[in-house]
Design a protein around this ligand. Structure first.
Ligand code: PAF
Length: 283
């Protein structure tokens, strides 16, 4: 399997493949790969000749220093996992910070029509500037035809769609379903850092989202939100940061339900010092 740490060498290899008419998909990741990532790679390989998997813990999208330091870095294990899918049609791009940022480890500042101010944007200052910066850079380096992102980070997905629209980037952004453990917990690289007790408690998040979806059929967003907040107060191991029912397009919280719009419920929860997010389509 080819592993690149340098964007010039990667671009050179990709130029060769593109000249031969090969299509390229991109799966951007921060590593610590799990089945959710592998499903994105599988989908990428079903639609492209080659898939570039980028593995880069992007410092500018972390608003919490401790989280950045503790974020799992498991490149050897990630490469072994990818080899189980394909040795010859996956290219790994694992750049250094200098390769991406040179000596200026800073985010560009973006306005994504307000999408960046809701939920994750409100609780993680500068997060989406960091995401926008790295994803734009990866698009420039790889110039893929298609790029794959999981819907667990639904707000991120909508923001990347907006990034592509605003900067006229010729890439098709493909959102892929959330991959869950058998007990319903959304797969995340952060799950490996949960204590056994918190891991046992965490499926409550998705269980509550599913109940919220049923309740939203007959109740207002306000009533459902109050109900969810009450459920989490009874959970000593989980601390609710936010639960929001929002318009799928604008990501603005719902004031009054309309049958013409689609909605999603979004949640962020602390299990000890690990922050977990999830979401569910409501209609
Ligand atoms: O979703 C992630 O893992 C990251 O935010 C991404 C898209 C790889 C950018 O660093």
């Amino acid at each position: 399997m080819k592993i690149f740490h340098n964007n010039t060498e990667l671009s050179h290899c990709l130029d060769g493949l593109k000249t031969k008419g090969k299509s390229i998909g991109l799966v951007p990741t921060m590593g610590a790969l799990h089945d959710g990532h592998l499903s994105l790679v599988d989908k990428g390989l079903s639609e492209n000749d080659y898939v570039v998997v980028s593995i880069f813990v992007n410092p500018t999208q972390f608003n919490n220093k401790e989280d950045l330091i503790k974020y799992p870095r498991t490149l050897d294990a990630d490469v072994s996992l990818l080899k189980t899918i394909s040795d010859s049609t996956i290219l790994v791009y694992a750049p250094t910070v200098k390769d991406i940022y040179d000596d200026n480890v800073q985010s560009q500042s973006f306005a994504f029509d307000g999408l960046e101010n809701e939920m994750e944007g409100a609780f993680r200052e500068g997060h989406f500037d960091g995401v926008g910066t790295i994803v734009k850079r990866l698009f420039e380096i790889v110039r893929p035809q298609r790029a794959y992102f999981g819907q667990k980070d639904f707000q991120q997905l909508q923001i990347i769609r907006k990034l592509v629209e605003l900067y006229h980037i010729p890439v098709k952004v493909i959102g892929c379903p959330i991959h869950r453990a058998v007990d319903g917990l959304a797969m995340s690289s952060r799950n490996t850092r949960l204590t056994p007790e918190h891991r046992k408690a965490a499926p409550f998040i998705y269980k509550t989202l599913k109940s919220a979806k049923i309740k939203f059929g007959t109740k207002s967003a306000k009533k459902v939100t109050e109900w969810v907040e009450k459920q989490f107060k009874k959970q000593p191991l989980l601390e609710l940061e936010y639960f929001t029912i929002a318009d799928t397009k604008t990501l603005k919280p719902v004031k009054r339900k309309s049958t013409k719009k689609t909605y999603r419920a979004f949640i962020a929860v602390y299990a000890g010092d690990i922050r977990l997010i999830d979401n569910i389509a409501l209609n």
